[in-house]
Design a binder for this molecule. Structure first.
Ligand SMILES: C[S@@+](CC[C@H](N)C(=O)[O-])C[C@H]1O[C@@H](n2cnc3c(N)ncnc32)[C@H](O)[C@@H]1O
Length: 281
């Protein structure tokens, strides 16, 4: 089978970081992050993984891999938790890249939607296709027409992993407010850090990853900022990204322990969750 080429210096190239990070973590910490699918998908891509591996094998690079693998774990936890009460819900992966979360959480009743830019969905369609009750939508998230294709009548959980960093705050605000109007009672979960973290990401993470044509903007200091955005945001909460869902502190080396504390206290890397107000009865 012909391998799919991933273009350098594009927003789509950013999907390599979490995908390959999950594979690297599965290699290094098999007891924490089993992910055979990430390895299989990497094998289908034409991309310079050798140089990426070199970067991710450095102590800082490996911490980056730990971050994306842990984020994946956190969001899967949130989706399963939501499905427990809403088994037929829409499970909507915003900026899905080649992430296979729906496959991992599918309970046989829910419906998965994977949304990304047309170039990414074209690769996804060819490499992963769709299974039963799964729909791929090729659309820019800032073009709200994608919402017409999502059936949220049985509940909806929207999740975004590593996506909003490439958005302007005003665009995220417009997106969430429109989602709150269109999908009452739904939930959105996503990762975010503070402004210091976003600046560091611009200077280090994307630069070290050799991705130059992409900007990182969106940041939040804490959940209070979100609470003021709209009165349809019924509940806003956060959890620590690295330690809020399961604590892997004792499984990692001293450098990574220090990085975990740094991420919690100084960069405020968190998983944010917004519950939208439901229908008036
Ligand atoms: C860092 S990757 C994360 C991919 C996936 N969420 C994961 O964790 O593996 C960011 C993804 O967001 C997508 N993306 C960025 N801006 C987007 C937009 N305006 N509309 C749709 N997708 C977007 C990119 O194409 C890319 O696939």
């Amino acid at each position: 089978m012909e391998k799919h080429h991933i273009e350098k210096n594009t927003v789509q190239e950013t999907l390599i970081i979490p995908l390959y990070g999950r594979k690297v973590c599965a290699d290094h910490y098999p007891e924490l992050f089993e992910d055979k699918e990430a390895e299989r998908i990497c094998g289908m891509l034409d991309y310079d993984f050798a140089s990426k591996r070199k970067l991710m094998e450095s102590p800082a690079g490996l911490f980056g891999a730990l971050e994306v693998a842990q984020r994946h774990y956190d969001l899967l936890w949130e989706i399963r938790n939501y499905l427990f009460d809403h088994p037929q819900a829409a499970v909507v992966n915003l900026g899905c890249g080649l992430d296979d979360s729906f496959n991992k959480v599918d309970n046989g009743h829910c419906h998965g939607y994977n949304i990304d830019l047309p170039e990414v969905i074209a690769i996804r369609n060819e490499l992963l296709g769709t299974k039963e009750r799964e729909t791929n939508i090729a659309c820019d998230l800032n073009d709200f027409s994608w919402m017409d294709h999502v059936d949220g009548s049985k509940g909806a959980i929207f999740f975004a992993a590593g996506v909003f960093y490439y958005f302007r705050k005003e665009d995220v605000r417009r997106l969430f407010i429109t989602m709150a109007e269109r999908f009452p009672g739904a939930v959105v979960v996503f990762d975010c850090c503070n402004d210091r973290g976003a600046r560091m990401m611009r200077k280090t993470w994307l630069k070290e990853a050799g991705i130059s044509g992409v900007e990182a903007y969106f940041s939040l200091e804490d959940e209070n900022e979100l609470k003021t955005w709209n009165d349809r945001f019924m509940k806003v909460s956060t959890r620590s990204y690295m330690r809020g869902y399961r604590d892997i502190y004792s499984n990692v080396n001293l450098f990574h322990k220090l990085m975990m504390v740094f991420c919690d206290r100084l960069v405020r890397m968190k998983i944010y969750k917004i519950v939208f107000k439901g229908e008036e009865r």
